[in-house]
Design a binder for this molecule. Structure first.
Ligand SMILES: Cc1cc2nc3c(=O)[nH]c(=O)nc-3n(C[C@H](O)[C@H](O)[C@H](O)COP(=O)(O)O)c2cc1C
Length: 157
């Protein structure tokens, strides 16, 4: 394959098994925003940094670029429907799932395996995505099977 072959590139990227997160934040007017992301990665322990890559065509991109804070909800296997909901273009995602306001008024999804409260650290433009780097301010964890993603399918980890 050549790297101009998008299907082949997607197939190669898809061989890398990942966890699944929902990134959440608020728009300036308080509207909750969130989308499913598997490009999440830890970056640094000191200072504590994480990243997520946001597609330039994501509707919630402008909200995440502008927001001083965002949350990473690391999904449990039981949250497969939540992952699908936040990967959809549905405008009423937050009316169709349980959530509550956490630190910095961030929308948080109950039942997540980990919650990371982050302050925006840096935005790095990279091709058709922006890399959002966050400094982790607070964490919460719980135990149980994780939701994963491999070769375009949700899996149990
Ligand atoms: C498993 C999975 C992982 C995804 N990871 C990302 C990601 O890392 N970055 C991204 O921009 N979109 C990702 N998406 C796509 C978004 O979730 C999807 O485009 C969503 O509709 C974006 O919502 P928005 O347009 O309201 O921002 C992923 C989708 C799935 C199913």
């Amino acid at each position: 394959m050549t790297v101009t072959d998008t299907r082949a590139l997607r197939d190669a990227f898809g061989r890398f098994a990942t966890g699944v997160t929902v990134m959440t934040t608020r728009e300036g007017d308080g509207t909750p925003r969130g989308f499913t992301a598997n490009s999440f990665s830890s970056v640094s322990l000191d200072p504590p940094l994480v990243l997520v890559c946001i597609g330039n065509n994501a509707h919630s991109g402008p909200a995440f670029r502008a927001a001083p804070h965002f949350a990473v909800n690391v999904l449990a296997d039981a949250q497969r429907d939540v992952a699908k909901l936040f990967a959809s273009r549905s405008e009423d995602r937050f009316d169709r799932t349980e959530w509550h306001a956490g630190p910095h008024d961030l929308p948080l999804l109950p039942g997540s395996l980990a919650t990371l409260i982050c302050a925006q650290h840096k935005l790095v433009e990279a091709g058709d995505h922006v890399v959002l780097i966050g400094e982790v301010l607070e964490t919460q964890i719980s135990d149980g099977p994780a939701l994963g993603y491999h070769r375009g399918e949700f899996i149990t980890i």
